[in-house]
Design a protein around this ligand. Structure first.
Ligand code: GLN
Length: 456
């Protein structure tokens, strides 16, 4: 723990940690020592972790990287972090992220962007660690912590994992309790681990998940021993290769990475099958209607009264001015854009044309996956991202579509509620890590982790 705390101090230029909690870390580490000495050593005992700022941590600033939550100190602990602490984990501090988890580059954070520890060859241009769990990815990749929590609404665990050469899994919707995790899009949000290896992900996921009566969408299902399922034996497994994911204009290095992954799984004894997920082309527009719609509703609670920041008012200002000024000052541009898009697609007259239509297309996307799994496919292999990590500032804020395209391979998994994992699978010519994604059947994270283990 002390070595990690020192590394966090020494690596502040990465801007991965936005709030350090050394006193808590030392106290938890001492408690873990005592447990170990008494022979009681749960899975995560004494392991120093970073916690994404989206998780409410009791008495510790939890701002979702937003100005509007400035000064907010939760009076409760999120279920996921509580589960980790109960299993002996140590919290080093809170990790940077995109504001309210909206973004793919960590550039919408009120704390400024986190930086990717990797560089393109000899080029010094600072690169994004991806987003929204950019701080988590940067911290794990730079060895500031052993693992970190992330959340994934449309790819925010898997894309930053791919950009930094680490492993990240988004479990089936309902596996991890969302209680105490600041809500972005409630029907898509899931927490998951971001780790250095598939084995670490298996151990940490098992600790994080489980039924929670405080979250009505949390599944009341037994949690298997995921680590025990890592045999590396995938003989006879059927791996689907969706033809719609071979995009026009996809960089050659991504196509080559995918082919290498296919060859590896085949060599390990899996059967490779070309499959079709015909509604894939509608996934991004569907996601970028549903996610902002839910966000606009979830973010209505930031009114200047209940949490965090409140604008300074002028003489004669009433409650309307208080709301307007607080929200104008408290939310960054991307969050404002999502709230406006979301409010628009939910408004009378547009609801049927946009929101309701998106919900129907979401069902079609889900049914594409169901049909493939029913036909005997065990897991689906795709690239995790359409490119390697890009330079900070390289994607313009004025062209959000360019940024949204980062999520092309990941959002389908959230829309369908399926588990998806990103595993490091090689490097491009400039030496940057690239990731492959495996998508599994609902509730079969153990199998999915095992297939990823064979690819690792
Ligand atoms: N990049 C996507 C977005 O901006 C996904 C974010 C996430 O998974 N939290 O909405």
């Amino acid at each position: 723990t002390q070595a990690c705390l020192d590394a966090v101090e020494a690596s502040s230029a990465l801007n991965a940690f936005v709030h350090n909690t050394p006193e808590i870390a030392i106290a938890q580490a001492e408690a873990a020592d005592a447990r170990l000495a008494s022979g009681d050593a749960p899975a995560m005992c004494g392991l120093p972790l970073g916690i994404k700022d989206l998780f409410c941590t009791k008495g510790v600033p939890s701002q979702a990287a937003s100005r509007i939550l400035q000064g907010f100190l939760p009076e409760y602990e999120s279920t996921v972090t509580q589960n980790l602490f109960d299993a002996g984990a140590v919290m080093l501090g809170k990790l940077n992220m995109d504001e309210f988890a909206m973004g793919s580059s960590n550039e919408t954070s009120v704390y400024g962007n986190a930086v990717n520890p990797w560089r393109r060859g000899n080029d010094d241009t600072p690169l994004t660690p991806g987003g929204s769990s950019g701080g988590s990815a940067s911290a794990v990749a730079a060895d500031l912590c052993l693992a970190a929590t992330g959340t994934d609404t449309g790819g925010s665990i898997r894309q930053p994992a791919a950009f930094t050469g680490i492993t990240g899994i988004k479990p089936t919707y309902g596996r991890c309790s969302r209680w105490g995790v600041v809500a972005f899009a409630s029907s898509l949000d899931q927490a998951g681990p971001m780790t250095k290896s598939v084995r670490d992900s298996a151990i940490m996921l098992e600790t994080m998940c489980g039924h929670d009566p405080k979250d009505s969408t949390s599944a009341n299902l037994p949690v298997p021993n995921f680590e025990a399922m890592l045999t590396g034996d995938i003989r006879g497994k059927v791996i689907g290769i969706p033809k719609e994911y071979r995009l026009d204009g996809m960089p050659e290095e991504i196509g080559a990475l995918w082919d290498d992954g296919i060859a590896m799984l085949k060599a390990a004894g899996a059967e490779i099958r070309e499959i079709s997920l015909p509604h894939t082309k509608y996934a991004l527009p569907t996601y970028y209607v549903i996610a902002p719609a839910e966000a606009s509703s979830n973010l209505a609670r930031y009114d200047g009264v209940r949490y965090g920041h409140r604008a300074t008012l002028a003489q004669g200002d009433g409650i309307t001015e208080m709301y307007e000024k607080t929200r104008a000052e408290g939310f960054g541009h991307e969050v404002q854009r999502r709230v406006m898009v979301g409010t628009y697609v939910l408004s009378a007259g547009f609801y049927d044309a946009y929101y309701n239509r998106a919900r129907k297309v979401r069902t079609l996307i889900k049914q594409d996956f169901e049909a493939v799994f029913e036909a005997g496919v065990d897991a689906i292999l795709t690239p995790a991202t359409p490119s390697a990590a890009f330079g900070l500032g390289e994607m313009s804020e004025a062209d959000p579509i360019q940024m949204y395209l980062n999520d092309v391979f990941t959002v389908t998994v959230n829309l369908a509620g399926l588990p998806g994992i990103s595993v490091p699978a090689g490097q491009n010519k400039q030496g940057l890590p690239l990731g492959l994604q495996l998508i599994g059947r609902p509730w079969e994270e153990g199998d999915l982790l095992n297939t990823a283990y064979a690819l690792e």
